[in-house]
Design a protein around this ligand. Structure first.
Ligand code: 13P
Length: 255
């Protein structure tokens, strides 16, 4: 069982939810509920919540992540945030290439690749999101789409660096829709991602990489999804905004 080689990683992606004071309240509620977690527990929060989030989780096992980062170190990029800024403020993980950024903000595999390399160079850990649209699944091109995203998003990332990358498989049709992929569908694609990584790097490297599932994961379906050999964790949207639900998913990863 190679799964035992990998630490489970449960990350909340808060998206554009929670003001700083609300972030403080939610993290204060979550912290005692997840204190005995075997899994790595992360909250990826809006930029303006990061400072208070880092302060609130001090002394707990919760790590703080950002929801994006720019690839340049500094300069004339109005409205953008650099990896150096994130690192200095206490961020450890950065979500990259989320389908909402691809869909609404012109994110491409090329820009995800630039961001991934910048995040790694800063000593932070990227959570690189991939996933097919409903139309692509219905056309039976899921594997082509996923392989293309993995290959392009990780282009030029060394075998040493890729060990610090978390991959999140998020079928776009399952995000925020209440339609979860079945555990079998999630396992099939996560296993395919690992095969693709083994071809790009080596089996040893592929076996060490954490692959999460995301898309309507909740306290009711987490145990079954996380029980699959190649599903090493979860990237959770809606359910991460409710302390008890998020904590229940973390507990499901302990089992
Ligand atoms: P939901 O859990 O709300 O479906 O969102 C999933 C997601 O996009 C996490 O990044």
């Amino acid at each position: 069982m190679n799964k035992t080689l990998r630490k489970a990683v449960i990350a909340g992606n808060w998206k554009m939810n929670k003001t700083p004071s609300e972030a403080k309240a939610l993290l204060t509620e979550i912290a005692p509920l997840v204190k005995d977690a075997e899994a790595e527990v992360i909250a990826c929060v809006p930029y303006v919540d990061i400072a208070v989030a880092v302060e609130t989780v001090k002394g707990t096992n919760i790590k703080i992540g950002a929801e994006n980062a720019h690839w340049e170190e500094k300069g004339a990029f109005t409205g953008e945030i650099s990896t150096g800024m994130l690192k200095e403020i206490g961020v450890e993980y950065v979500v990259l290439g989320h389908s909402e950024r691809r869909q609404y903000f012109g994110e491409t595999d090329e820009t995800v690749n630039l961001r991934t390399k910048a995040v790694l160079a800063a000593g932070l850990k990227p959570i690189v999101c991939v996933g097919e649209l409903l139309k692509e699944r219905e056309t039976n091109i899921t594997q082509e789409v996923i392989a293309r995203q993995i290959k392009l998003d990780l282009l030029g990332v060394s075998a040493e660096d890729v060990k610090n990358v978390v991959i999140a498989y998020e079928p776009v049709w399952a995000i925020g829709t209440g339609k979860t992929a079945t555990a079998e569908q999630a396992e099939e694609v996560c296993a395919f991602i690992r095969e693709t990584l083994a071809k790009l790097y080596s089996k040893e490297v592929a076996d060490s990489i954490t692959i999460q599932y995301g898309g309507s994961m909740n306290d009711g379906n987490a145990a079954e999804l996380l029980g699959k050999e190649n599903v090493d964790g979860g990237l959770i949207g809606g359910a991460s905004l409710v302390a008890e639900k998020f904590a229940a998913i973390v507990s499901a990863a302990n089992a």
